[in-house]
Structure formats: C-alpha cells, structure tokens
Design a protein around this ligand. Structure first.
Ligand SMILES: [Zn+2]
Length: 336
C-alpha cells in the first residue's frame, strides 16, 4: 500500500482514511489516536479517543471527565485493529505515557513518533526504536546548532547558583507536564533532599506522577498564605514561567528566575524572558539524536513535522533517504 494513501495531512491533522481516524488532531474529530498529553497534541472534544492509559488519565486531569465521549486504553506493544488497520503504541521517552503510534496495512508500516527523546529520563518509559517503512519525526530542535548538554551539568549550574545566592528563592520555570516532574526528579537524583515548593498549576500532575510510581520526594505548595516568607529563603520553587511576572512570584525572597527548556540554548531568548539562570533541559531530541534515530531506523521515507523541517529534510536527501515536510499547523512546543 502506498504510504501517502495510508496516512496524509489534513487541516485537522494526520488522517488515516482506511481506519477513519486522525492522529493528534488539532480540531475535534470522530476518532482520535493521541501520542501524548501535551495540549498541542491532546485536545478536548473528540468523540472517541485511543491512547495509553497514562495519556488518557492526563487528559482527564487537564480537561475534566467529559474530555471525550468514549476512550480506549492501549498498552505498549499491544496490537489493535481499527477498521482493518493494525495500530500499536510504543514508548517515545518524551513525557509520562508518551507513545509513538505504528500504523500498518497491507505490508506498509508508518510510525508517528509524536514528540520523542532518547536521553535517559526516569519519569517515563524509554524510547524504543520501531522498524518502519515511513518514520514521521518531529523537528523541534531540527538544526545542527542544537546540541543539548548533559542535564547533570545543568543541575550543577543550579547548585552553584544556590551556593552563591543562599538567600534568594530560586524559581525554576518548567512546563507543567513532564518538564516539571523531570526537573524535580533530577534534583532528587543529584542529592537534593530538601522540600521542593510547587506552583498550584502543577499539583495534580505531580500527584499523578507520584501515583504512577515516580518518587518526587517532599513537595510543598508554593503559597505564601500558609507559610512565612522566610521559609522560601534559598528554597527551590518550580512553577510555570508565565507566573513569574505575577504577584505570586514577587512575594518570594529576591526571586532568581531560572527556566528549564531546550530553548535556553539560545541566550537571547533567555535574556528576553528575563531569565537569570537558563537551564538547557529538553524533552525533545537534539540534532544528533534526530539524525542518529533516522540512521538507526533506516526507513524508506522520512516525513518531517512541527519545527525546523527543511534542514532535516535536506539532511535526509543528502544521504539518499526520501524525505518531505508535512507542514502540519497547530503544534507549538515553545515551552518544552
Ligand atoms: Zn510534547
């Protein structure tokens, strides 16, 4: 079967006409297969949703009980037939519950990787390579300039800052799903055992991670109403960076704004956002990981989506791999 007949881009997102389903649709559809819980991939309002149990739980936490009419949980590696199309979910290593979706019919297999990374991350199942004819890859950091450093080195920068400014509250901006829990886990794994204060927007997702067996240590609400300002001297507070401009942030002790994101590689971006301590910690592949993945999988074709598509397409073409950009709209991984 021709791959571009099995799956193709539409304004609603990638569509499989044989199975009558969309993958990560950006508008409400009859049947949606969802790779992971980030809001640009997992939206509310679809009739039927198929995803991993954890992604469904995360959607319920974010959107409430009525986020869809019916749901079907699929375990990693389990094969499900959808109107004659074989579908299976495989770990993507991006955030808790994140999956690559393999779609197979008449001997053709396409893998939609969603967002993925290959670095060690104890807060989710590790990326698994899935052999395929067509690999659909993200290109969030799809330029040769993007090399993500070792997260342990970024943690060392944070500890150096805490030693230098022992009075200041270190505010770490982090995306509420995935990055926040990964940063907390990184702190624990590098020996930080003091309580970590979290913004209210992260409480339910952190509690969910803990319920799934991910130990985050002692977490306390970052609310001044119930604590003394002095409690936050030299403390670490994790919250959405959008809250740094709020009154919420001003009540801490000489707050020092940090931000954990792959985008912090771009100094200018950190500066524009008033970030004093940029921490380059990404839940996406950097350029070497993207190209390594394509080399490992050796698919017949690579389709590139959301991000810097052209450089990766060009890289494939130079190596004799057929490649094209999908030009999907509506996927914004700015904060990750
Ligand atoms: Zn994502």
């Amino acid at each position: 079967m021709r791959p571009d007949a099995l799956l193709y881009p539409t304004p609603d997102g990638l569509y499989c006409p044989e199975g009558q389903f969309h993958v990560d649709p950006v508008r409400p559809v009859a049947r949606a297969l969802i790779t992971h819980g980030h809001s640009d991939h997992a939206r509310a309002g679809h009739r039927a949703v198929m995803a991993t149990r954890q992604t469904l739980d995360i959607m319920r936490i974010r959107y409430g009980e009525g986020f869809c009419e019916s749901e079907q949980a699929v375990g990693f590696g389990e094969e499900v037939m959808v109107d004659g199309v074989r579908v299976s979910f495989h770990p993507a290593g991006h955030v808790l519950g994140s999956a690559q979706i393999a779609i197979e019919k008449a001997g053709t297999r396409i893998v939609v990787s969603g967002d993925y990374k290959r670095r060690a991350d104890p807060t989710c199942a590790a990326y698994v390579p899935v052999p395929c004819d067509v690999f659909i890859t993200e290109a969030t950091f799809g330029l040769p300039v993007f090399h993500h450093p070792d997260p342990a080195g970024e943690m060392a920068k944070l500890y150096a800052s805490l030693r230098r400014f022992p009075e200041r509250t270190h505010l770490i901006g982090a995306y509420a799903l995935g990055k926040a829990q990964r940063v907390i886990r990184l702190l624990r794994d590098t020996g930080y055992d003091a309580p970590i204060y979290i913004h209210g927007a992260m409480e339910r997702l952190c509690a969910y991670y803990v319920s799934q067996g991910i130990d985050l240590g002692e977490l306390r609400p970052a609310t001044v109403e119930t604590s003394e300002k002095a409690d936050f001297k030299g403390a670490i507070v994790v919250g959405p960076s959008s809250a740094f401009a709020d009154r919420w942030a001003r009540r801490f002790n000489e707050p020092l704004p940090a931000f954990a994101s792959g985008w912090m590689m771009i100094r200018q971006r950190a500066k524009q956002q008033g970030i004093e301590l940029p921490l380059v910690i990404s839940d996406h592949c950097d350029w070497p990981e993207l190209t390594e993945t394509i080399t490992d999988l050796a698919p017949d074709e690579v389709w590139v989506t959301h991000g810097r598509e052209e450089a990766l397409v060009r890289w494939c073409e130079l190596r004799g791999v057929k490649a094209k950009p999908l030009h999907l709209v509506g996927y914004e991984d700015e904060a990750e």
